[in-house]
Design a protein around this ligand. Structure first.
Ligand code: KG4
Ligand code: ZN
Length: 341
């Protein structure tokens, strides 16, 4: 088949997204609705999320088809995120995808959301060399992989507790900011000049696994010590000097960036043949981290790839992309495909 059209559907968390990918021309459309209603709760409320997906999915899929100037009859494959994620949310996308596949007699492909992030740098850079090291960091996951081919990879390390994005979100909440807090941490850190004021502890593990919950606790106790935070009410104390808030954000960002660089150094030592490093997921929107990691790669003679912002955060273009190469490999799923949370 010389021009395969794939409809991608993503509803694993708080984005309802659909995209059309053409094997001959790349992304034809990428349509996203981001649920804003969770901001005040400090994290995604699962029941609210699935209800919102139900309300939006029809218009988001139709919008993706319209923007690509195609209709359902033109589509060859329906690719849908079926793991991991919030169960109620995943079921909305999967049921919708199955209904299309069944009614229109289309092929169905289940896509792992993490594989979506892992291969998202290829949407804009199809010639990233193999093998490469991929660091994927978002609100729900932090992992480092050795990628040897399309759909072929090995997990070298992953978080033992919180994801890095979750650490940004939780600490931003302690600093008085709504969910998602990562962009606020970056903005505050910039105001403080990206300086490491408080030297938060870096775990000394020699493995490629990550751990962020200790860091979160260390920051909280440091904020209590500086008279900024009340543990009982779990609130920032009124009258806290805004400069101090910026300094906490700056120290946190530098600390987490350092942790990433240390892990990449360990990975390159173990796999010196690797010529490139990719960085993806919502946290890869962070300009400071990408600047530091790019310099890290340049210094070591490795190329560095990061998707543009629209493909870092959750989107369906990455799901359609993985769905397309799975279809090329003949890896289809049956209509009784289930979710895995
Ligand atoms: O990939 P994504 O949209 O959703 C998940 O799969 O989790 O990532 C969302 C995460 C949130 O934790 C958010 O705070 C973080 O990405 N994030 C950032 C930035 N922009 C988004 N973290 C740090 N700096 C940013 N500029
Ligand atoms: Zn994600």
């Amino acid at each position: 088949m010389n021009n395969r059209l794939t409809l991608g559907i993503e509803t694993s968390c708080d984005e309802t997204a659909a995209a059309i990918y053409a094997s001959s021309a790349g992304v034809l459309s990428s349509n996203i609705y981001s649920q804003r209603e969770h901001a005040k709760y400090g994290g995604v409320v699962p029941e609210q999320s699935s209800r919102s997906h139900i309300e939006k999915i029809n218009s988001i899929v139709q919008g993706a088809l319209d923007q690509a100037n195609v209709n359902l009859d033109d589509i060859d494959t329906v690719a849908v995120t079926n793991k991991p994620g919030l169960s109620g949310s995943l079921l909305v996308g999967l049921s919708f995808a199955k209904a299309i596949a069944y009614a229109k007699n289309k092929k169905l492909v289940g896509v792992n959301h993490l594989e979506g992030h892992l291969f998202s740098p290829f949407l804009e850079n199809p010639n990233i060399p193999f093998p490469h090291i991929a660091l994927t960091v978002s609100g729900g996951h932090t992992s480092i992989y050795l990628v040897t081919g399309m759909g072929q990879y090995q997990t070298l390390g992953t978080t033992m507790d919180d994801a890095a994005g979750e650490a940004f979100d939780k600490i931003a909440r302690m600093l008085g900011f709504d969910y998602p807090g990562g962009p606020d941490i970056e903005r505050l850190a910039k105001q403080a000049g990206f300086v490491d004021y408080f030297n938060y502890p870096r775990p000394h593990s020699k493995t490629l696994d990550f751990s962020f919950s200790g860091l979160k606790t260390a920051v909280m106790y440091d904020m209590v010590k500086r008279g900024m935070y009340d543990m009982q009410s779990k609130k920032l104390l009124p009258g806290t000097d805004p400069k101090l808030i910026e300094q906490v954000a700056s120290s946190l960002l530098v600390c987490i960036t350092d942790l990433f660089a240390t892990k990449l150094k360990t990975a390159l030592k173990a796999y010196p043949e690797v010529q490139a490093i990719t960085f993806a997921g919502g946290v890869a929107c962070n300009k400071y981290i990408t600047k530091v990691l790019k310099a890290f790669c340049t210094k070591r003679g490795r190329s560095f790839f990061v998707p543009s912002r629209k493909y870092c955060t959750d989107n369906a273009a990455m799901i359609a992309y993985v769905g397309n190469f799975k279809a090329e490999q003949g890896k289809f799923d049956s209509i009784d495909l289930d979710i895995f949370v």
